[in-house]
Design a protein around this ligand. Structure first.
Ligand SMILES: *Cc1c(COP(=O)(O)O)cnc(C)c1O
Length: 470
């Protein structure tokens, strides 16, 4: 149906009698929710600001990414794949599960957590869509609008990302590089006030690659207990510790402090894309009361449960994965880490902090030693434009002056000199890449930390160039 309308002319007069369809005077206006727009991923915010144009002559080497599957060399083992195949082919896992997870899957996870010394049963487990979802639910269950939550610095940027929508403030407590990134316990305690709702704890650490000793864990728990604060323990790198270190689940060390242990398959089982994580509610003295438990269960309804195919596979994954799978992965990452550490340590101006687990190493940049670079962000940019090597700047982790290297990269065997390369080597893993780190002194004072990568007969190089005065 058409209406006779008057159309306003450009000159402001109105032309009568022109035939027109309805004029809708209301404009489209869809505003983004302020909370959505205010949600920031610190990595994106910082990285998007950088000028990252790789050297076209050199293959990009992303030392930035904590996804061990990217290089193609860390693969889930046969037992894990078989478990998922079985789950899929059975046809039994196509429907919804209870929002907090299938009972048999929760039981399997509870048993697995118990093997780390936690005292939990199936009703203490909430299955989530990855560990980040576990953290989201844990924080949402505890954070009262306007409260503050303590988080490590340097630390995983997701904690900050979650704070906007959940309406809590982050207060950072420092980790001490000179003490293997242990928590500065005095500083931690000084950050607590009446508005503090919980402490986020991360061990082994991303981005530090550190692993806490049992003594340090107990000292930390004492502070939580004294201040009557629950802990959200991000232990997604559980057990990814190098030989000589031991992982202690936080909740195994206290029967007093209520702890939401957050973990999942992502890192230890090397399947980040499978999106399967969990919360284990550790609350032996019932300090959470009913509310936190009820809140977590209610929140799990928001996505009506996590992926059921993987839930169907969980009991077999947790039971059947051979120890050797984990051991080989750890050896491999540890070799990478130690080689990188050794090589970088001798470079004046670079101070790598020796990692003890997880996939990462932080390297301090004494920027005064690098007159070619204005600051550490400039150094990161230059590494990309000169060498096509990308490390994340410490700013992404609230820690300027450092870069983070991801170490879970392809590296068939860790020979760091030519002569070793022809040794007989075990062929247990189907890896095609040999990489090694080398350092040259050139032109007297020009030092090149060079990381050679040999890949199918070709040699790729990447490194840090630095002019420095000795
Ligand atoms: C990778 C990572 C996570 C997220 O794990 P997903 O299971 O992929 O969600 C959580 N915490 C830390 C410290 C991580 O490094």
């Amino acid at each position: 149906m058409e209406y006779q309308t008057s159309i306003p002319m450009m000159n402001g007069h109105t032309e009568p009698n022109s035939k027109q369809t309805t004029i809708v005077t209301k404009e489209w206006s869809i505003n983004g929710s302020p909370k959505a727009l205010g949600t920031i991923n610190p990595i994106r915010r910082i990285v998007d600001e950088l000028n990252l144009t790789p050297n076209p002559e050199k293959v990009m080497i992303p030392l930035s990414i904590g996804d061990p599957t990217l290089s193609g060399d860390f693969k889930p083992c046969k037992e894990i794949i078989d478990a998922v195949k079985c789950s899929l082919e059975s046809g039994s896992f196509n429907g919804y599960s209870p929002a907090s997870g299938r009972e048999d899957a929760r039981q399997a996870i509870a048993d697995y957590c118990s093997s780390y010394g936690m005292t939990v049963n199936s009703k203490d487990i909430i299955i989530t869509s990855g560990c980040s979802h576990a953290l989201d639910l844990a924080l949402a269950a505890i954070a009262i609008p306007g409260c503050n939550i303590l988080a490590p610095r340097p630390g995983f940027p997701l904690y900050k990302t979650l704070s906007t929508l959940l309406d809590f403030n982050i207060r950072y407590y420092d980790l001490l590089p000179e003490n293997g990134w242990q928590i500065d316990l005095k500083h931690l305690e000084s950050q607590i006030d009446d508005n503090t709702a919980a402490i986020i704890y991360n061990n082994p650490s991303n981005p530090c690659g550190s692993v806490f000793s049992r003594k340090h864990i107990i000292d930390f728990l004492e502070i939580a207990e004294r201040n009557r604060l629950p802990v959200i323990a991000d232990e997604i790198y559980e057990d990814l510790v190098f030989p000589g270190n031991q992982f202690y689940a936080l909740a195994s060390q206290s029967s007093e402090v209520p702890i939401l242990h957050c973990s999942g398959l992502t890192k230890k089982f090397m399947v980040p894309g499978w999106r399967l994580g969990w919360i284990a509610i550790n609350d032996r003295k019932n300090r959470f009361g009913n509310e936190i438990r009820a809140g977590l269960n209610a929140l799990s309804q928001r996505i009506i449960g996590s992926n059921t195919i993987i839930q169907g596979a969980i009991p077999a994954i947790l039971k059947n994965t051979p120890k050797s799978f984990f051991e080989e992965n750890i050896d491999y990452i540890c070799n990478n880490a130690m080689m990188a550490y050794r090589r970088l340590k001798v470079v004046p101006g670079l101070i790598p902090i020796k990692p003890a687990g997880a996939f990462y190493m932080m390297v301090k940049i004494e920027i005064d030693r690098f007159p070619d670079f204005r600051n550490d962000l400039h150094l990161v940019e230059s590494l990309v434009s000169d060498e096509s090597v990308f490390c994340l700047p410490g700013n992404c982790f609230e820690y300027p002056g450092y870069v983070r290297l991801a170490l879970a990269l392809s590296n068939e065997m860790n020979y760091d000199n030519e002569s070793q390369r022809n040794d007989n080597r075990p062929n247990d893993y189907n890896r095609t890449t040999v990489k090694h780190f080398e350092i040259f002194t050139q032109d007297g004072d020009r030092l090149l930390v060079n990381i050679h990568q040999h890949h199918r007969g070709k040699i790729f190089e990447f490194g840090l160039y630095a002019n420095f005065s000795v």
